[in-house]
Design a protein around this ligand. Sequence first.
Ligand code: SAH
Length: 367
Amino acid sequence: MPEKIYFRSDLIELISHYKSLRKSFAEKARVIQKENCANGIYIRGLIEVSSFCRCNCLYCGIRKDNTDTERYRLSDEEILSRCEYGYTKGFRTFVLQGGEDLVFSDIRVAEIITHIKSRFPDCAVTLSLGERDEKTYRLWKDSGADRYLLRHEARDPKLFSLLHPSEQKLETRLHALETLKSLGYQTGSGFMVGAPYQTIEKLADDILYLQNLKPEMIGIGPFIPHNKTPFASYQNDFEKRTDENSPNKNSSEEITSCTLTSSLDRAELTCFLISLLRIIFPHALIPATTALNTLSQTGRKDGILSGANVIMPNLSPLETRAKYDLYEGKSNHTLETAEELERLENEMNKIGYKILFNERGDFKNKY
Ligand code: SAH
């Protein structure tokens, strides 16, 4: 069970006051992280296998309708060689993430997993390849996959439908998450913070959903507009709504609009929610995400100091990193790359944490 269960009204109250609560929540979250992980940080090598995608999520830079982006997909050999490199650097989890690209067929992915697991039997394989059916998820699990990341994105049906085209259904997404759990994957879910049309109530619904799902991993990161998507200028809309067009100025819906106009606010609220999630889920694997580090120069460090216990350096080939273009300015240089691992290690040591090289970092407790 989660350590602490919150009701919807509590969550709304807490999130509304995130600015005044964030320091004390971060302190509590750090104590819990220390008790459970002794200030250890797990690393996962992120390999972005394809930027082709059949989906059209309105917020995402690699959506199908963005014709102004160069697409790529890695070969099996390239994927294996990035694992090989990562292994020498002390990575023991490889995350294969990509757009929903059916060229990565059921069989092909199964073969890639089998290869990785036979070459590196002490490593975990995490998949993040979107929605597939139960048969496929089962095949990949039987081939040796350990974990699956699939953010639910928005638990509120109205918000989900504002963020996705009508062919993409919330029920399908939630069903996929149930399936993954039932097949025995360590399952990760999550959402963006400050997404278009999101309000405090909707964030509360996302956390309530996570309390029910009990995921082993939780990924949250700030929404960052991408200029080739329908939400390219979303930040401006936010400001307009608060200035003139806000229908109900005193509701907490309006608080969200007010408080999330700047990228700093989105980064701060993300950190607050990381702390809150750490308090609810003391053992969960919670990354300080790339999006958080893209939005704020100190994002990764702030995420860790808010209770996160995972970082996911980019292990993709240098040539393709910029093409996995989910949002504007996606951090694909400096410390997000595995090459800079030593600097990353120093950065963590300076704030009293240590990177757990050569460890798989599985979720240790049973729900
Ligand atoms: N196809 C995979 C991987 C999606 S990309 C899947 O469906 O799970 C991984 C995550 O990036 C998404 O789940 C989404 O929450 C996040 N993301 C996409 N566009 C973003 C944006 N503009 N700002 C911030 N995060 C974004």
